[in-house]
Design a binder for this molecule. Structure first.
Ligand code: PEP
Ligand code: MG
Length: 326
């Protein structure tokens, strides 16, 4: 199997009916980077910058952050890297950054909320990214966005950092793309405003599922209770894909869902053309999509999602489809 997947490394990810799919990998540390070549991923769709902070015993200094990002870009060798700004708080604990105890940490002071309340921390990180990507492409995205106005606040800070760099005569990134993670359900009713504000959107299905279904992602008692391949969640994801098409905004999904061939298949069936996953999943997912007739699956799945009196689960429809179509 491993050998088989390795052989697929250089094969373009195109479905049987000719849809080109962008397969990227998730990463967070330098040890992840060799997987880029091994897996044949086209880039890093999610770089979790908080990992550098989580493994350190003290806050990484500005220069350390910059050197780290520079190193990541160097290893990526021109393939796109999407850096996510700090996503700490919630399930991601940074020992030296102690906030008050929270009763609902997942809903608490975390990610972009914390960054906006500690603009010094965010500006240091933005500056480190701008400097590391001088002369190159920089893609950055914000975690846990709830309102589009938060993005505007970050953009203002980013603009200040860009001006500062220019004033100092420093080289800037050649191209800068700005994106948001879609993890908070409130954004589902701001899709058009959101997409007008960003260059790309990436669905964090782990958190979006947790918040949409009101199940703690870390609580084994409830985390498997509802199906990510059930109608409610797939309808949500389909709405996001449609909004992306309507607004001509690129949409990726970078949660765990993309790593399982059956759910990746469902994602392609509802119209996703770009996914980012753990490196080990690239081979199996590519192998699945090479033999997938995405159009055929789509014409089966779309009406099934709209079925008002369903008798079969979507998961069942998917596994039957997979069995019948190899
Ligand atoms: C997600 O929420 O799906 C996601 C990709 O981010 P993380 O798992 O780091 O919260
Ligand atoms: Mg998340």
């Amino acid at each position: 199997r491993q050998e088989q997947y390795r052989a697929l490394r250089a094969v373009d990810p195109v479905t049987k009916d000719g849809r080109e799919i962008n397969l990227q990998m998730n990463a967070g540390l330098l040890v992840d980077l060799p997987h880029l070549n091994e897996s044949g991923a086209s880039g890093i769709g999610l770089f979790r910058t908080e990992l550098q902070f989580m493994i350190a015993s003290t806050m990484p200094k500005a220069e350390e952050q910059e050197a780290f990002y520079r190193n990541v870009l160097k290893h990526a060798g021109g393939r796109p890297v999407t850096f996510r700004t700090l996503d700490i708080g919630g399930d991601k604990v940074v020992p030296y950054f102690r906030a008050a105890e929270e009763e609902n940490p997942a809903l608490g002071w975390r990610a972009i909320r914390l960054s906006l309340d500690r603009p010094g921390l965010l500006r240091t990180q933005l500056r480190a990214m701008l400097r590391a990507a001088a002369g190159n492409d920089l893609r950055l995205m914000l975690p846990m966005v709830t309102e589009v106005s938060e993005l505007k606040e970050v953009r203002d800070l980013l603009q200040k950092e860009i001006q500062r760099q220019s004033k100092l005569g420093e080289q800037l990134p050649k191209k800068l793309q700005f994106g948001a993670m879609l993890e908070v359900p409130a954004l589902l009713w701001q899709l058009d405003e959101l997409m007008a504000e960003v260059d790309f959107v990436s669905v964090g299905s782990n958190d979006l599922f947790q918040f949409a279904m009101a199940v703690d992602r870390g609580n084994a008692r409830v985390s498997d209770r509802f199906d990510t391949l059930g109608r409610p969640f797939l309808r949500i994801l389909r709405d996001i894909v449609r909004a992306g098409e309507r607004n001509d905004t690129s949409v990726t999904l970078c949660g765990e869902m993309a790593s399982k061939p059956i759910s990746a298949m469902a994602l392609l069936g509802i119209g996703f053309r770009s996914v980012s996953m753990s490196p080990a999943a690239i081979g199996p997912v590519k192998s699945m999509l090479l033999s997938l007739d995405a159009g055929k699956l789509e014409s089966l799945l779309m009406p099934a999602l709209d079925d008002l009196k369903p008798t079969v689960s979507i998961r069942r429809i998917l596994t039957d489809f997979a069995a019948e179509n190899g």
